[in-house]
Write a protein that binds this ligand. Structure first.
Ligand SMILES: [Zn+2]
Ligand SMILES: [Zn+2]
Length: 181
């Protein structure tokens, strides 16, 4: 049997057309949370969550499946899709997570760069890292933060995402470290 370092966060990429950012993301999550990360396959597709009328995928439904199917040995699971996600009250979401729960998902769909220049690609990877840490933050019980530079700040636009740092503010960091102890 393969040995899983514990605790470990499972990262489940779902049919990504571009996965060039994955290794960097795994490293960032490990560095920020101090927890091992590993690529896993829990879900192969999210077609079960497809909403015909909206042409989007219902993220809350995906979280339920992720939580149900991920082996207990994983502390958390983060899925990554390039499909567009929604929850009924919003037009779209960059991601969703179970507050104080185990599952999170992010979508790269609306984080895409305008072109493939190195600068835009850097922005793209950075947005993914921010959204991933944001949703994982929710799984550790963190709620939205008023500090615009904090990872836990709620962003509605890419400009806001680009303006925040790839870091938790002192307050959120303290709460997070408490949870991770
Ligand atoms: Zn949030
Ligand atoms: Zn904060």
């Amino acid at each position: 049997m393969e040995k899983i370092p514990s605790p470990c966060i499972g990262i489940n990429p779902i049919k990504l057309k571009d996965s060039s950012f994955l290794q960097g993301l795994l490293k960032e999550i490990k560095n920020s949370l101090g927890v091992q990360t590993k690529i896993i396959t829990v879900l192969n597709d999210i077609e079960f969550a497809y909403h015909e009328g909206r042409g989007q995928y219902y993220s809350t439904r995906i979280l339920e499946e992720l939580n149900r199917l991920t082996p207990d040995k994983y502390l958390r699971v983060l899925a990554i899709t390039d499909k567009d996600l929604f929850i009924p009250i919003l037009t779209y979401v960059y991601g969703e997570a179970q507050l104080d729960g185990r599952a999170a998902i992010i979508s790269t769909n609306r984080l895409m760069p305008q072109n493939r220049s190195p600068k835009e690609l850097m922005k793209f990877s950075s947005r993914i890292i921010k959204e991933a840490l944001h949703e994982l933050g929710h799984t550790f019980g963190l709620t939205h933060c008023r500090d615009k530079r904090c990872i836990m700040h709620y962003c509605r636009t890419l400009r806001e995402v680009d303006e925040k740092q790839t870091k938790f503010c002192f307050f959120c960091e303290t709460l997070l470290m408490d949870k991770l102890k």
